[in-house]
Design a protein around this ligand. Structure first.
Ligand SMILES: Cc1ncc(COP(=O)(O)O)c(C=O)c1O
Length: 407
């Protein structure tokens, strides 16, 4: 068979042109092509080195191309890549057990993304109510500013007009409440509510931690009114805040929680974890995924957990995260009128600027070889690999300090 394989790899400019021509334009990509990564460092096609404080948006928790993760993937790739979930394989149960023990949950379902993990959580909630004979209990309550994914179900859960508007009509049965509004949540959770779903730290809307007292109120209302409590930890979970799950810092346990992003260091994987009756709701035929929990993703995820333990990455996230928070706050103190707020937990930090200059700061940082991400016009997001050091943070702080006054 003849294929249309090019005779040589085209240069970066040609490939960017092909990207514009042949890839659907769903991403406003930066004009840079990354070709290599190691730890918290990336290199582009011109050989320029970057300090990566974005980590593929909270994906590369153990850093880029960690040798142990790479070795686990390579070994699995040459052993067995795929058999159907209709058969037992050796890695999925090991990973499920470790995730359940670390999170306090009881059972796992493996998907390939955060959105799919959340779809699983939503389906558990609907069926959980039906199993109890509560056919009318079909509503979800989610929160303004949330982000739960891009499938039709999860954009409906994502209470942000810009994501929903082009795709209406959405999935029926969702109500939205402002985070922190006690009267509104009291009014919204009823005998029709099958679940309340929330990110303990809202990532996509600017790194906003939900007050722990409000999470406690959600737990109480769900318990009293017969709804499940779902925590979406796709972005904030996996050790990023200094504890394995962000909710472990709050004292509030959900019934169902989801992980994805850094779970397998960049190999696609999502997990929906559940406890109690939520854990046994789904039975054969209810839910499935061809690639869910595939061997290579499980091998990567198990290696990620090993690396996190061996290298003390959760403690590092707590320590270096506090250092980053303090350093950004000091910049705000030293340069009055530039910084509105610095917030976050562990290595999930948002710098809210007093002026709408986030994109300009992001570009200035890129020019100096520091990768971050602008959320809207005023927030810079820092979700670096959990392996970064105080020296890395010093480099970033010096750059922010140098750029900010001129914006
Ligand atoms: C909190 C949260 N939930 C869900 C998702 C969706 O994850 P995915 O893009 O893997 O579907 C994201 C992605 O940014 C997220 O931050």
């Amino acid at each position: 068979m003849e294929t249309n394989k090019p005779t040589a790899t085209p240069d970066a400019a040609t490939l960017m042109q092909w990207d514009r021509e042949y890839v659907m334009g769903t991403y406003a990509r930066q004009p840079v092509q990354f070709v290599r990564g190691r730890g918290a460092r990336l290199w582009d096609s011109d050989g320029k080195e970057y300090l990566d404080l974005l980590a593929g948006i909270a994906v590369c928790g153990v850093g880029h191309s960690h040798p142990k993760v790479a070795a686990a993937i390579a070994e699995q790739a040459s052993t067995l890549l795929h058999v159907s979930n209709l058969f037992h394989t050796p890695l999925q149960p090991q990973l499920a057990k470790r995730l359940c023990e670390l999170s306090g949950m009881e059972k796992a379902f493996f998907a390939e993304s955060g959105a799919e993990a959340n779809e699983c959580a939503l389906k558990i909630a609907r069926k959980h109510a039906k199993l109890r004979g509560e056919e009318e209990r079909v509503e979800f309550v989610t929160f303004n500013g949330s982000f739960h994914g891009r499938t039709l179900g999860t954009i409906t859960a994502t209470a942000q007009e810009k994501y929903q508007a082009p795709f209406r009509p959405l999935v029926p049965g969702f109500r939205y409440v402002d985070v922190g509004d006690e009267a509104a949540i009291d009014a919204a959770v009823s005998d029709k509510t099958c679940a309340v779903m929330i990110e303990p730290i809202q990532g996509e809307s600017g790194i906003k931690e939900v007050p722990h007292g409000y999470l406690r109120l959600l737990r109480k209302l769900c318990d009293e009114r017969g709804a499940l409590l779902i925590f979406d930890e796709v972005q904030c979970g996996m050790g990023r805040t200094g504890s394995f799950m962000a909710y472990q810092r709050t004292g509030v346990m959900p019934d169902v929680t989801t992980l994805a992003k850094s779970i397998a260091a960049g190999i696609p994987m999502g997990a929906c974890l559940a406890r109690g009756s939520a854990a046994t709701t789904l039975v054969p035929g209810d839910h499935a995924s061809t690639f869910g929990g595939q061997l290579i993703a499980c091998a990567a995820a198990l290696a990620v957990l090993d690396v996190m333990e061996e290298e003390g990455l959760m403690a590092n996230a707590a320590r270096v995260g506090a250092y980053l928070l303090a350093g950004l706050r000091a910049i705000g103190d030293d340069l009055p009128g530039t910084v509105k707020e610095v917030r976050g937990a562990g290595l999930m930090v948002g710098l809210e600027l007093a002026q709408p200059v986030a994109r300009a700061l992001h570009k200035g940082l890129m020019d100096r070889g520091i990768v971050t991400n602008a959320i809207g016009e005023t927030v810079i997001r820092f979700v670096p690999p959990l392996v970064i050091t105080e020296q890395d943070v010093d480099e970033a702080l010096a750059a922010v300090r140098a750029i900010l006054p001129a914006l």
